[in-house]
Design a protein around this ligand. Structure first.
Ligand SMILES: *Cc1c(COP(=O)(O)O)cnc(C)c1O
Length: 365
């Protein structure tokens, strides 16, 4: 068989370890997964009811244009329906952007490290990936700008950045976008925006209105708790959205996902509860990291990147044996793990497990 040259050495995505697998392998009864930034509080009850109702129509293809959901999101954001394209998670919007805009010889710029799907999809399309090191765990926008050439097609800004959790703020992002050529797309991935409390976080909708080359990527997988349904979207100028839509599969989002997303949008209370509990959990985790003398990056999403002063694979294994699944093995942060902020009970279990792993490894004195 002869696959595309670009995929010959492409790795298969390694998801966070599933709970059931860990229980089986290690003979553990209780296992908590803080590896994939999922919502520890589940999803809105209204979303579950909407899914129940939609079961009636399971044999009928979904609305290709997600009309009701588009109307709900457009109303929420104060934009038009033709400024939205929906995907099977924002992962699929990333894929569609790459498919629509990247060819062999094109360049695309991203941070290193950041969300791996930008690189993955660019590589599949045979484009040249320009990775710009983070500075103090944060996007180095000046350095990224310096790498723009006439081959550049897309610049990815993950805000908050996964895995570090850091943000770029409005003034610096606006100054950056002003200097990016108008024919280069700036993809602002805001998968965690609902968790952000920082006042200086970008007003990305205003930037998207002013700059036709800006597309926002958002998802119902994180704060809305609908990760398994696979629903997210891109928001931008109608011309840009039309181009992304040209490569969209006809029925790429399901009825249940569309219905659940509409219902979730209407449940402001659930969303606020999740964001507030997340902020409390984050404060709890940071207090304990401070007590243990561990460095962590300023975290704005629902996860924290912390230096456990051990090879991260060793910390990962130690935590796993105590029933906590974390995320490790970063390219540039060999002693850091990324941990999702869970429920208070999960956070306490994690801190206890971490403390005992670090004590056993003689990291703590
Ligand atoms: C989780 C995540 C996404 C996408 O999630 P979907 O489930 O595909 O919507 C996109 N970007 C970042 C940075 C993420 O962490």
């Amino acid at each position: 068989m002869q696959p595309k040259q670009s995929i010959v050495s492409l790795p298969v995505y390694q998801p966070g370890k599933p709970i059931e697998e860990v229980k089986r392998e290690l003979g553990l009864k209780e296992v908590i997964k803080l590896a994939s930034n999922e919502n520890p509080f589940g999803a809105s009850e209204r979303a579950k009811e909407a899914i129940q109702r939609e079961l009636e129509n399971i044999s009928i293809y979904p609305d290709s244009f997600s009309t009701d959901l588009a109307a709900a999101v457009a109303a929420r954001l104060g934009i038009e329906r033709n400024q939205l394209v929906f995907g099977a998670g924002s992962d699929e919007v990333i894929l569609m952007l790459a498919r629509a805009f990247l060819s062999p010889g094109d360049e695309t710029i991203m941070a290193d490290e950041t969300f791996p799907q930008y690189r993955h999809n660019a590589v599949v399309e045979g484009a040249t990936v320009i990775e710009v090191p983070l500075r103090d765990g944060t996007h180095d926008l000046d350095a990224m700008l310096a790498r723009v050439t006439d081959r550049t097609k897309i610049i990815w800004v993950c805000n908050p950045n996964n895995p570090t959790g850091t943000i770029v703020r409005h003034a610096e992002l606006e100054a950056f976008i002003r200097q990016v050529p108008a024919n280069v797309i700036v993809a602002l991935d805001e998968a965690y925006i609902e968790y952000v409390k920082d006042e200086a976080f970008p007003d990305s909708l205003a930037l998207m209105r002013e700059f036709k080359n800006v597309i926002l990527l958002r998802t119902f997988s994180k704060a809305y708790g609908l990760a398994s349904l696979r629903i997210g979207y891109g928001a931008g100028h109608p011309d840009l959205i039309r181009m992304v839509g040209q490569v969209r599969e006809p029925f790429n989002t399901t009825r249940m996902a569309q219905a659940a997303a509409v219902a979730s949008l209407a449940d402001a209370e659930f969303l606020a509860m999740c964001a507030n509990r997340n902020a409390e959990g984050k404060a709890y985790m940071c207090r304990h990291f401070d007590r243990l003398g561990l460095h962590y990056f300023e975290a704005h999403g629902n996860f924290i990147m912390v230096d456990v002063k051990l090879p991260s694979g060793q910390a990962f294994d130690g935590l796993l044996r105590k029933g906590v699944i974390s995320r490790a093995n970063w390219t540039h942060y060999p002693t850091y793990i990324r941990i999702t902020i869970g429920s208070q009970e999960q956070n306490e279990a994690f801190i206890a497990a971490l403390e005992s792993v670090l004590t056993e490894a003689a990291v703590l004195d």
